[in-house]
Design a protein around this ligand. Structure first.
Ligand code: MN
Length: 256
């Protein structure tokens, strides 16, 4: 039996399940809000072309208006100054979008401290307990933050000092960039902590990870159903030519 046949047999027998890690995409989906003088992208909106009316009696269809970095989305290396010689979203080899999931659960720490950041010692401890991170893995940072994703204010958790959401320290981001992962996946609006603009360098995950020609994956949900290891993640951004990112459907193949 080929490996694909084994997978199909597992699906047919109910031994394998497809889990959707994607947040629903609507005009209400929270998006990043940068402070002035920086510009922001637009939220998703649908513009009706026809709706079973005179403009199209037997068909409905819409134009979509959206930023590249809206909802569950992939950050391509060219999104950041350090990654400008790397892949645009269309140029990413498909094999780099599919990989084993390695889930690090910091839900309790993020509930205690919304500014919690991953440090090298957290990552070293994971490797000491579980063995090396496999080549091409999606490292998934589970924080429980997706429980807020229908409430933009709670999701951003901002005060006069900006947003307070979990992320990664500069040293942790360097660790990720040196690791064999294909990318880093989070539940929050972006791969960096809410307070990452004040770090050195600012937005260290963007700086180091995209600079290493790796990817970010944001606004995932249903991570509580993802096993710590043993799942396969498939990220499918649109191949926008020259694009810096794209909304993506993200699926996990898990043992039932
Ligand atoms: Mn982004």
């Amino acid at each position: 039996m080929t490996a694909v046949a084994a997978l199909l047999a597992g699906l047919a027998a109910g031994e394998v399940e497809i889990l959707d890690l994607t947040a629903p995409l609507s005009p209400e989906t929270p998006i990043l809000q940068l402070p002035p003088p920086f510009a922001n992208t637009i939220p998703l909106s649908l513009e009706t072309v026809s709706d079973f009316d005179e403009a199209g009696p037997a068909w409905g269809w819409n134009n979509i208006h959206t930023g590249e970095h809206t909802g569950t989305h992939l950050d391509a290396p060219v999104h950041w100054a350090t990654g400008r010689d790397g892949y645009s979203v269309d140029a990413i080899p498909p094999s780099r979008l599919v990989g084993p999931a390695v889930v690090l659960d910091f839900t309790a720490e993020a509930a205690e401290d919304p500014d919690f950041v991953l440090e090298p010692e957290h990552l070293d401890k994971h490797v000491a307990n579980n063995g090396p991170i496999p080549e091409g893995a999606w490292l998934v940072f589970r924080t429980g933050w997706s429980r807020f994703n229908k409430d933009a204010a709670a999701f951003a958790n901002a005060d006069e000092n900006g947003p307070h959401t979990p992320g990664v320290s500069p040293a942790g981001a360097e660790w990720l960039a040196r690791s064999p992962i294909t990318g880093f996946a989070v539940e929050t609006v972006g791969v960096d902590a809410g307070q990452a603009g004040a770090m050195e360098p600012p937005f260290p995950v963007h700086h180091y990870l995209l600079g290493a020609n790796k990817f970010g994956l944001t606004q995932l949900q249903n991570l509580e159903r993802l096993p710590a290891s043993g799942a396969l993640i498939i990220a499918s951004p649109l191949p926008i030519v020259g694009g810096t990112g794209s909304p993506a459907r993200v699926l996990a193949i898990i043992p039932a």
